[in-house]
Design a protein around this ligand. Structure first.
Ligand code: FFO
Ligand code: GTP
Ligand code: MG
Length: 458
């Protein structure tokens, strides 16, 4: 494959004390050498870093004081020659430096292009490249761990093994078809086919079961805070997040838009969503907010239903209990610092199997119990010790589902006594679908699309 030399700023723009301009390609070292005053970079040992100055070769102007890393192919991030210029972080000087290397023949890298080269040059497969992106975006500890394992190739190895199993079976069948004169050959091949397809089927099923947990690790447990206006939903959000992210006032209907925050409650990653108080309303803006709240409610993994202990239960409250009937939910009786007018017995009755926790959010009272309830409600600790080779990527999950379907077709076809070459088609299709996960049998446009979602400089 032919590659030009690409360059990009690989650190956040205008922040931080040091910024890195990264180059990759055959010309990387040459370009750097032309602007670097210090050792001759074309002659230094690979994987060394050098102190020096950056000089504009046309004007001889001194631009920067830098450290330059020289990494020669193939043992680099992209498997090509890589240069990293570490300079003082200022936006103006980093931009000037980038302009300079572009002027000398480098091309501005597209988003994700460094990682794409690592993929195209075979250093990592597609699922590992996607893990790089997951790692950049990881918002929770556990999400990070999943990504690191995937980057390390755990999923890749598993998928490769399954594909190997399938292809060997197909090869075996082909040999047998070529030598049909042996006795019992047909029956034996069928038997083998059935065993192998069933085995791969169960492995894929296992991966998919773990995928749900993977999604939770990656995105946090989607947790919706719901309740009538003014009961303290935004106060709850702020208390759990420990920051004043949501606006809290004594005016009912304050929250009109959805506010999202990530928190970690006793090891359980939550994606908290504060919603507009649910009530019948004529205010248009509020109406939109209420509609969205209902939507959030539908998609949530966990509901925190907030009630106001200072008021008697209303029909609205009772309707909300209806909404959460078949969901994971915790009921909060808030404002316990005030006179209690709520009928606790009725709450307990309505709550049914859901836990009920009393809080006074203004005093941060009851938070411990709430956190405990969250930990109890959800597999607290369950995720901790479990295997982290999860599939958490939507694209992978879709492919695994399709693979499962193709295998299901194969298994049925065998049971129906269909001819082997027909069954092979399903098995080969499964092999292909699994190949798309690691990027072996994947269309170029998909590769482009995946990498374009990366950030610049990665
Ligand atoms: N300065 C800097 N820091 C960085 C990166 C980078 O590109 N530059 N990375 C970029 O994302 C990450 C590190 N990832 C990397 C992955 C592989 C190789 C690499 O050179 N692999 C070679 C050689 C391995 C070896 O020496 O054993 C290889 O796999 O062949 C480098 C960085 C995070 N930190
Ligand atoms: N006394 C008392 N007041 C509270 C408590 N929790 C919240 N409040 C007050 O109740 C009012 C409403 O709180 P919010 O958190 O804005 O309520 P909300 O449910 O988000 O309201 P909307 O966004 O309007 O639906 C504010 O004045 C809070 O300070 C509590 O435990 N005790
Ligand atoms: Mg609010």
């Amino acid at each position: 494959m032919d590659f030009d030399t690409i360059a990009a700023i690989s650190t956040p723009l205008g922040e931080g004390a040091i910024a890195i301009v990264r180059l990759s390609g055959d010309d990387a070292v040459n370009i750097a050498a032309q602007i670097f005053k210090g050792q001759n970079l074309t002659e230094v040992k690979s994987h060394t870093i050098h102190y020096g100055k950056i000089i504009d070769p046309e004007s001889d102007e001194l631009l920067e004081e830098v450290m330059v890393s020289v990494m020669r192919a193939p043992k680099t991030f992209t498997r090509q020659d890589v240069i990293e210029i570490n300079c003082h972080g200022g936006l103006a000087s980093v931009n000037r430096l980038l302009e300079l290397v572009l002027h000398l023949g480098a091309r501005l890298a597209e988003p994700g292009e460094f990682t794409k080269r690592a993929f195209l040059n075979g250093r990592i497969d597609l699922s590992q490249a996607e893990a790089v992106m997951d790692l950049i975006r990881a918002k929770t500890d556990k999400a990070m761990k999943v990504a690191v394992k995937q980057l390390d190739g755990k999923l890749s190895r598993l998928i490769s093994q399954l594909r190997q199993d399938l292809i060997e079976t197909v090869a075996h069948v082909e040999v047998n078809i070529d030598y049909p004169e042996y006795d019992d050959v047909e029956e034996m091949t069928e038997q083998l086919m059935l065993e192998k397809t069933k085995y791969v089927y169960s492995e894929i099923e296992r991966l998919l079961t773990m995928a749900r947990q993977g999604k939770i690790l990656r995105e946090g447990i989607s947790t919706a805070i719901i309740g009538r206006p003014n009961v303290g939903k935004s106060s709850l959000m702020n208390t759990l997040v420990q920051e004043n992210k949501a606006i809290v006032t004594d005016i009912p209907g304050t929250t009109r838009d959805i506010i999202e925050e990530y928190v970690n409650v006793r090891g359980v990653p939550l994606r908290l969503v504060d919603t507009a108080g649910i009530r019948e309303t004529d205010d248009i803006v509020e109406k939109i907010g209420v509609e969205r709240s209902r939507q959030v409610l539908k998609e949530a993994d966990l509901i925190l239903l907030v009630l106001n202990g200072n008021e008697a239960l209303t029909d609205q409250d009772r309707q909300l209990f209806d909404l959460i009937k078949n969901m994971q939910a915790i009921v909060l009786i808030n404002k316990t610092d005030l006179v209690q007018l709520i009928d606790r017995n009725e709450v307990n009755l309505l709550a049914d199997e859901h836990q009920v926790v009393a809080t006074a959010l203004v005093e941060e009272a009851g938070i411990d119990q709430l956190e405990q309830a969250i930990a109890d409600t959800f597999f607290a600790g369950q995720l901790e010790g479990s295997d982290l080779s999860y599939v958490s990527n939507v694209r992978h999950i879709q492919l695994l589902r399709q693979a499962l379907q193709a295998l299901d077709d194969a298994i049925h076809a065998i049971a129906d006594g269909m001819p082997m070459d027909l069954i092979q088609i399903d098995v080969t299709r499964t092999w292909q679908l699994l190949g798309e996960i690691v990027g072996d049998t994947v269309h170029e446009s998909l590769i482009d699309q995946l990498f374009s979602q990366f950030c610049l400089g990665k």
